[in-house]
Design a binder for this molecule. Sequence first.
Ligand SMILES: [Zn+2]
Ligand SMILES: [Zn+2]
Length: 106
Amino acid sequence: MKNNNPATACAVCMETITNPICVGCLENQIREWLSYRAPQLMSIFGKGMYFGGASEGTRCIKCKQTMNVCTYCFAKDVMELLSAHDPDLLDEYLSMFDFGLKEAMV
Ligand SMILES: [Zn+2]
Ligand SMILES: [Zn+2]
């Protein structure tokens, strides 16, 4: 469903954000995973990939920051990053962080 209200829609895909966990919180989770699985990828990951802290928007259920990119768009970018740098990690990534990507790819 397209959402015309920018305050509650993802800035990338314009879908309503239904699972509000901000990229900051997701990044922390993924960094933790990368730090023991593929520390060499830490440096290329998450360098200002996303803008956080919008003045208004859906609030992250974890840290209460406003957010404007949905978990799906974020996860998809991480997936592309991984497949470009270390495709072997993709399966593990998808099984650890299921953001609806698996269903989307079927
Ligand atoms: Zn999105
Ligand atoms: Zn958060």
